[in-house]
Design a binder for this molecule. Sequence first.
Ligand SMILES: *[C@@H]1O[C@H](CO)[C@@H](O)[C@H](O)[C@H]1NC(C)=O
Ligand SMILES: *[C@@H]1O[C@H](CO)[C@@H](O)[C@H](O)[C@H]1NC(C)=O
Ligand SMILES: [Cu+2]
Length: 421
Amino acid sequence: MHLAWSSLVLPSLLAGVGAVPAASPAAIAGTYAANVKVVRNGFYPLDVVDQVELSTRSKVEAFLAKKVAAGTNNNCTLENAAVRREWSDLSVAEREDYVKAVQCLMKLPPKAPKDKYPGALSRFDDFVAYHMTHAMELHDNYHLFPAHKHFLWVYEQTLREECGYKGYQPYMNYDRYARDPINSPMFNGNSSSMGGNGEPDPNYKGVSQAGRTPNIIASGGGGGCVKSGPFSDMVVSLGPTSMASYKGLPKNSRSDGTASNPRCLRRDINRNAAMGATADRAYKLLTESKDIDTFYNTLLGTPPPKNDPYPWGIHTAGHYIHAVDPGGDAATSPGDPVFYFHHGALDRLWWIWQMQDPEARLNAVPMVGNIVDHNHGKRQRITDPLKMVIDLEWLSPVKAKLMEAHDQLGSNGGKYCYVYI
Ligand SMILES: *[C@@H]1O[C@H](CO)[C@@H](O)[C@H](O)[C@H]1NC(C)=O
Ligand SMILES: *[C@@H]1O[C@H](CO)[C@@H](O)[C@H](O)[C@H]1NC(C)=O
Ligand SMILES: [Cu+2]
């Protein structure tokens, strides 16, 4: 067995170093080393981003200690914080539990209004239906990070509350899989993976990337139906939409893609995409982005990196690791369950970046890029992010003020309380 499991206790030099202000005893006890159980898969050495995360822990401790002292942590401490872990750091049994919970969600009845979203056939599809019909509000510069933070949290809650899942949403460390994604624990197609690659489809050429050099994420050789692993019998119903990167898909009878259009899950598990999300790139993103605008632009690959064979930006790279249908359709992308691993990874990077300097970065809002203001489909112009509320309608009664979803340690009335390791 090549996966040597090891339980690593944090280097003791990190324990308690974090300039914890003279605060309550709870804060002082709230160190990672004492409270956060770290189990790593010994097959993957810590990469440069993991090292940044490690070195940020003392800052997180100090940040939380301040909140405890101010009485604003809403009971969230490192003792009770949920721990979101990397997929391969879960045991095989834990991976299978996660897969079962997602399969359960795919069998539960939908809650989205049937007349408007007849293509939503399951509770899993509810998330796709929301994302595809609120794409503008979810992806403007104000919302991209916090709205996806809330979206993921609601998905995780739904897995736990409606499908009895005991764990938390895992994320994907692209660097672990980028060089050989098809044979990785995420995509090798065995029972503890998130499903395999699609069958070869010679008509599938890749995802075009106008304005970049190269200007296409060339196909990795897949593109057809996924025939191996837990999602090989999955029915994709919603979509495609006009945003689909592969045009050879069966058309949806509604122009917005909301009718039922049952078909297989298609994938092109793509090394050419994944190589644009390696740890060296994420490290530069974390350490060289002095402000949120730089962080936002770099993550999105704006302007296109020069002299880089994989100049996609991490956000794009991560999406197209599992391209085609629905993974390659920006509107319906949550219809491939790997979506949540990718956005978990982005949420982790944002959080590590914020925690370098919480004072300046926690509430920083990008003012670049796609500055459009939307409000729940009404398109009324609200220019003050402080007034924005994320309302996921049929997904959950729990709403979030936009700025609450900038913080995951005790914010939104204590509903968010989690760390990434
Ligand atoms: C914090 O915990 C106390 C004691 O369990 C409880 O009464 C209170 O409602 C909690 N506060 C929040 C914001 O969850
Ligand atoms: C599936 O792949 C994972 C990761 O390589 C491995 O740990 C596990 O043992 C495999 N399971 C089976 C049933 O082959
Ligand atoms: Cu999205």
